[in-house]
Design a protein around this ligand. Structure first.
Ligand code: NI
Length: 206
């Protein structure tokens, strides 16, 4: 097990379509998944795709934590390893939220994505898992699986003006002031923003 270096936006490995894993039960696949988990634990991340650690194969490791879905970080699910995951949107509903990416440090952006999906993947022991997902779970999975097709979240944005630095979260603060539900991990960016009061007060007066 090892902590891997993370490729950042601009590195060609992040723009490639990753290859399918022929044998999900192969020891080198489990080793790579272990490294990806170690890397997430080391940096406190929720999900990572193999291309982000310079391996262009269809492998994703993630876990849902309450800091994504609830008000406080009180619990985390076990880590999930997905080999050759496939997502199919169910219905036309979309969910709009703010996203960050380990390969785009220091920035966040507002993205709309299908709200409900069918997920199929293979486990490291070769079993096929099929389930339906929605909410924060659906958003996270689409973000991670996009990495397998060379897509980064800014490429999914309708309005590129909603891409901003974590240290200057003006649009995010405006959403918060307007009562939009923001995941706690992102709300903290606004709470830590020294300039927030003048801008949030100004919005309230407009
Ligand atoms: Ni990412």
């Amino acid at each position: 097990m090892a902590i891997r270096r993370i490729a950042r936006m601009g590195n060609p490995v992040l723009n490639q379509v990753a290859t399918r894993v022929d044998d999900p039960t192969a020891p080198d696949v489990a080793r790579l998944a272990g490294d990806m988990k170690d890397t997430l634990v080391d940096i406190g991340g929720s999900g990572i795709a193999a291309p982000q650690v310079y391996e262009s194969v269809r492998l994703v490791v993630y876990r849902l934590t309450s800091r994504l879905a609830e008000d406080q970080e009180i619990a985390a699910d076990p880590w999930t390893v997905m080999v050759n995951p496939e997502l199919t949107p169910l219905g036309a509903d979309t969910l709009t939220g703010w996203e960050r990416c380990l390969s785009i440090p220091g920035l966040h952006g507002k993205v709309s994505r299908p709200a409900r999906l069918r997920l199929v993947y293979t486990t490291l022991t070769g079993e096929t898992v099929e389930r339906e997902v929605d909410g924060a779970h659906a958003t996270l999975l689409q973000h991670e699986c996009d990495h397998l097709d060379g897509i980064l979240y800014p490429m999914r944005m309708d309005d590129i003006s909603k891409l901003e630095f974590d240290a200057e979260p003006g649009h995010l603060a405006a959403d918060m002031a307007a009562g939009v539900k923001i995941w706690p991990v992102l709300r903290k960016l606004v709470e830590d923003w020294p300039g927030r009061e003048q801008w949030m007060d100004r919005r309230a007066q407009e």
